[in-house]
Write a new protein. Sequence first.
Length: 87
Amino acid sequence: MDYRQEIREFIGNNLTMEHEDAQISDNDNYFEMRFVNSLFAMRLVDFVERRFQIEIGNDDLDLSNFSTINRLHDLIERKLAAKEVAR
């Protein structure tokens, strides 16, 4: 399933004030572009865990997994697939 729109909306709702009108593509690194702050990273992990009912482990906390919409989507897909296999 494609969760990119939900991720886009979450990111758009959490951009820093000076970037709140910014347009972000699915491959833009919003951390490098400084569109978000460090608190956003914690909010993003919390959003992903709650919305998709998956656990983000220490090994998953590499910033590269969360730096673009596409990479985050891939992480969610991997975690959901692993969760399904474990059932």
